[in-house]
Ligand binder design. Structure first.
Ligand SMILES: Nc1nc2c(ncn2[C@@H]2O[C@H](COP(=O)(O)OP(=O)(O)OP(=O)(O)O)[C@@H](O)[C@H]2O)c(=O)[nH]1
Ligand SMILES: [Mg+2]
Length: 313
């Protein structure tokens, strides 16, 4: 067994079960490279607050392989087999369990069917319990920023996938009220798009290019958040193919920390939400009672207070 595959000792708040994060994306959306970027961030010489731990041998070699390719200045290349990657990500003492189905072409549902039944069952169960779904979106292919024509078909595939997953929850043996999912629209390859810099830029891009798509996604989620990531941070020219630059020699994956911090805030919010609701309910009751008492006392006051004399002039 590789040294990298270690069971984490319990951290301060590890007694809680990890936040379950599911990652989806169409062909070429940048799924594999996104994970390669995580592999880069876990390198010991990086000033990052992340601890990324593969949960099995396969995930470990996957991560090393993809990070190694990026470090060698190459893209990982299209995925040719369906693989289930399982990671623990620890940030700010919070453990997140990330399960990703990395699949070649086709759609998520087909990829699910390509898995061994036990793996498919694991993934279905995981997706059922996932609190966070990250949708990786290529700005051009999925949002049409460069006027791509396949956009509609890809957006349709996303909606269909989410619908299938939701039907699967309801028909599965784990049927029951489903907890709210938080959905993040994660725009990849942001190093190529200067318009994605700055706060609120992704949301504006989605408003401009994918408003109706976002509104459809909103039917599956109580909350949608927007992020931009780049697995490499920058690229270098590719003399052999000028339209497809290669990963820069200095890799600086960007946007990951913000994304994973949002997930942590989500966990925190889920924990305090019941108390906030209870507090709000009590405050309402208090306000109503206070209002009734207040109006009674105003009436009583009016009865005992002599009328104010009007002074004119
Ligand atoms: N500039 C830039 N290009 C990227 C980045 N991530 C991915 N790409 C480009 O997008 C291509 C596809 O990325 P992949 O990670 O292979 O996408 P995928 O979703 O795994 O694709 P399939 O395995 O084919 O479904 C890469 O070959 C790169 O050309 C990034 O962060 N920056
Ligand atoms: Mg891939």
């Amino acid at each position: 067994m590789s040294n990298a595959v270690v069971q984490q000792p319990p951290t301060r708040r590890n007694a809680l079960r990890p936040v379950r994060v599911c990652l989806l994306g169409s062909v070429q959306a940048g799924k594999t490279t996104f994970l390669g970027g995580l592999g880069i961030l876990r390198e010991p010489n990086r000033h990052t607050p992340f601890r990324v731990t593969p949960l099995d041998e396969q995930s470990d070699s996957y991560l090393k392989d993809k990070a190694g390719q990026l470090r060698a200045g190459q893209w990982p290349g299209p995925s040719t087999i369906t693989e289930l990657i399982r990671l623990h990500i620890i940030l700010d003492h919070t453990v997140m369990e990330v399960m990703v189905l990395d699949y070649p072409g086709g759609n998520f549902t087909e990829a699910l069917a390509a898995l061994r039944e036990s793996e498919a069952q694991t993934l279905r169960q995981f997706v059922h319990e996932a609190e966070v779904v990250l949708l990786l979106l290529d700005p051009a292919l999925d949002l049409g920023v460069d006027g791509q024509s396949e956009v509609m078909a890809r957006q349709e595939a996303f909606i269909t996938t989410l619908a299938h997953l939701q039907i699967a929850y309801q028909q599965g043996q784990h049927a029951g009220p489903h907890h709210p999912i938080w959905l993040a629209m994660v725009v990849t390859k942001c190093d190529r798009y200067p318009q994605l810099a700055g706060r609120g830029a992704v949301r504006r891009l989605v408003d401009e290019y994918g408003g109706p798509f976002r509104n459809k996604l909103a039917e599956y989620s109580t909350k949608i958040a927007y992020f931009a990531v780049s697995a490499v941070g920058a690229t270098r020219p590719n003399p052999a193919d000028p339209d497809h630059p290669l990963p820069a020699s200095q890799l600086t994956p960007t946007g990951y920390e913000e994304l994973f911090r949002w997930i942590i805030r989500k966990r925190l919010w889920d924990r305090i939400r019941p108390w906030v609701k209870r507090g709000a309910a009590l405050a309402c009751i208090g306000a109503i009672c206070g209002g009734v008492v207040g109006s009674v006392s105003k009436v009583e006051m009016a009865m005992f207070t002599p009328p104010v004399q009007r002074h004119s002039g």
